[in-house]
Design a protein around this ligand. Sequence first.
Ligand SMILES: O=C(O)CCC(=O)C(=O)O
Ligand SMILES: [Fe+2]
Length: 229
Amino acid sequence: MMQRKYICEIFSGMGTTDELFEQIGFEENPLYEQIIADLLERKYSVIDGFFASEEVDLLRDSIMEKYQDHEFKKAAIGNKTNEVIEKSIRGDFILWLDEEKAGEAEKIYFDKINSLVSYLNRTCFMGILNKEFHYAVYPEGTFYKRHLDTFLNDGRRKLSMVCYLNKENWPPENGGELAIYLDKNGVEEEIAIYPLAGRIVIFESQELEHEVKIVKVPRYSITGWLKTR
Ligand SMILES: O=C(O)CCC(=O)C(=O)O
Ligand SMILES: [Fe+2]
């Protein structure tokens, strides 16, 4: 990520990103630019309303239906191919998504994510060739202890991305906030991000430790990783 400015400068003969985009006939997307600027500045980005409420409703119907049909399994630690179940670390239930078999709701999800990924690849030369996503349900009383997403396994994960599918109203008493731990000149700072409907959080998988605090009301989301291979 840090190379963006330099690469743009090299390709455009010390010009700005704007000039480069103009030369290659590329349309700048302000929302995606905001995400990139946030990631460069502080390693995470929070975008409210990334998914519209009708889109969240469709995705929530889909996750609830699949959860009720017992398609979910207890989440493990590790990645898709290297799993260990450890209840004292995380208590959520997950269902991996298969883009090839996406239903109406999941198609909406993948369309938006693919558009963002292609923008990142074209403008930041990020080389994201692979993605993995799962639905997650945190029943009441569950949590995910502080961790790094590369934990035990996967150095190819570059960006972690979480999209929340809860109902509109999520008061702080519901708990379940995502805590992100930042290093501010050697002093730790904790940021609390509540899982509001349609909100997405993107952060650098290898850099930021984070945690899901204990939830008091079932919590619904899609978590995914953008990977280099
Ligand atoms: O649901 C969240 O807010 C974060 C989930 C998470 O950290 C993970 O699944 O690795
Ligand atoms: Fe995580």
